[in-house]
Design a binder for this molecule. Structure first.
Ligand SMILES: Nc1nc2c(ncn2[C@@H]2O[C@H](COP(=O)(O)OP(=O)(O)OP(=O)(O)O)[C@@H](O)[C@H]2O)c(=O)[nH]1
Ligand SMILES: [Mg+2]
Length: 195
């Protein structure tokens, strides 16, 4: 069996446009690599990759455009999914489903089904939900548990399908604690899958 210290982990950022996929990628990398900005139009147009070491682990971060956009041609969607799979050169592959903590949109209701269609039916076993704008929770003196207890049924269903693996990020802070919490969740999930 491979030792965990030598492991390669592919973190694939997926989610709708503007949720903060690229910003979260930059937080994980600890530097600004992916373009991230306020925009009413999608910013990331192609899948991109960047690598880093986190606590002795080689981590490959893959940023994607919004591949769930219903306006996207199915040939473009297929092209992005193919490219994304190519960029994950090895296993394990972990999906980070990025959502805005303050908004759950209609488009996100079926997002897990779309993710399964693109990457296979076992996707929810390999997914961690990453809520961005965690500072919005702090301002309301809420923690993740309060948020999860009060979230709407469809989102709750998605969270439960993903084994209740959720983390929150505040990308306006370069706080490495949030990256550590994410990596702990990812590693726990991978260890449980091996059992
Ligand atoms: N305050 C705050 N702003 C955030 C956070 N995450 C992302 N943003 C902002 O939200 C905007 C959109 O973020 P992006 O990272 O470009 O979003 P994206 O999902 O990559 O968008 P596309 O590439 O268009 O799919 C940017 O202005 C970010 O700075 C966060 O945690 N807190
Ligand atoms: Mg982006």
């Amino acid at each position: 069996m491979r030792k965990h210290t030598a492991i390669d982990i592919n973190l694939v950022l997926v989610g709708m446009a503007g949720t903060g996929k690229s910003a979260s990628g930059n937080t994980i990398l600890g530097k600004k690599v992916f373009m991230s900005k306020p925009s009413s139009k999608p910013v990331t147009a192609e899948c991109q990759v960047a690598e880093t070491e986190i606590n002795d682990k080689h981590v490959r971060v893959i940023d994607t455009p919004d591949i769930f956009d219903d306006d996207l041609k199915s040939s473009d969607k297929d092209k992005h999914v193919k490219k994304c799979k190519e960029l994950c050169k090895s296993e394990p592959r972990v999906y980070l489903l990025v959502m805005h903590v303050s908004r759950f949109t209609d488009g996100e209701r079926g997002i897990l089904t779309k993710l399964e269609k693109a990457f296979g039916t076992k996707v929810s076993e390999q997914t961690v939900i990453l809520f961005t704008r965690g500072g919005d929770l702090d301002r309301e003196e809420m923690n993740m548990e309060d948020f999860l207890n009060s979230c709407q049924p469809k989102l709750k269903e998605i969270i439960e399908k993903c084994g209740k693996r959720c983390v929150d990020f505040e990308n306006s802070k370069s706080d490495s604690d949030q990256v550590k919490k994410l990596m702990d969740t990812v590693i726990r999930m991978l260890e449980n899958r091996q059992k």
